[in-house]
Write a protein that binds this ligand. Structure first.
Ligand SMILES: Cc1cc2nc3c(=O)[nH]c(=O)nc-3n(C[C@H](O)[C@H](O)[C@H](O)COP(=O)(O)O)c2cc1C
Length: 175
């Protein structure tokens, strides 16, 4: 079975998962900008990973644009965000990024990444600073919000090779 893993990563969390997944599946690995889009149909399993930015999967249009020609193939998308891994998180991501028709063709996984403010571009630093101010103003922040605030001072990394197990099993399963 020929497998390709394509990823887009701003601060390295998605890249780490993509590397683990590609190593596990002995797959070809490409950063999105260098992906051989004309040759996607050569692969049986196509895996795309992107970081989560305001619930959107970074660069997922790459897969959505090519979905029609991938009919009959196994198409997997994984999103890496700072949020804890919960069923409702996966539902929000699924409905925010994919139409019902796309959801039929794509299997989505959420792999918890982390947060590293230091590695953000000036543009994203500015956005996250505004979010920080609004979190700081909250009278009763949730535990998740408190964790997010703490992460500005000390990067958090929740990536774990354990987290890819379900995706690997799905990718390897006979259809
Ligand atoms: C502007 C901005 C928006 C973000 N939005 C979300 C979000 O909606 N949900 C989430 O779980 N994480 C969010 N994050 C955290 C990133 O998704 C997280 O750091 C991710 O692991 C980054 O992956 P990457 O470094 O591979 O791009 C956001 C981060 C930034 C900078």
């Amino acid at each position: 079975m020929k497998t390709i893993v394509i990823y887009k990563s701003k601060t390295g969390f998605t890249k780490q998962y993509a590397e683990w997944i590609a190593a596990e599946l002995k797959a070809d690995l490409f950063e999105a900008a260098r992906a051989p889009l004309a040759k996607l149909t050569d692969y049986d399993v196509i895996i795309y990973g992107g970081g989560l930015y305001a619930a959107g999967i970074n660069g997922v249009k790459l897969i959505k644009r090519n979905l029609a020609k991938l009919k009959g193939k196994k198409v997997i998308v994984f999103a890496s965000g700072a949020s804890p891994s919960r069923a409702e998180v996966l539902d929000v991501i699924r409905n925010h990024n994919f139409t019902p028709a796309e959801q039929q063709l794509i299997r989505l996984f959420y792999l918890r990444g982390g947060f590293d403010y230091r590695k953000l571009s000036p543009f994203f630093k500015a956005i996250m600073t505004v979010l920080k101010w609004s979190l700081q103003r909250k009278k009763n922040p949730t535990p998740d919000e408190q964790g997010m605030l703490a992460a500005y001072d000390r990067p958090v990394n929740f990536t774990s090779r354990e987290n890819i197990k379900e995706l690997i099993a799905y990718a390897e399963a006979e259809v």
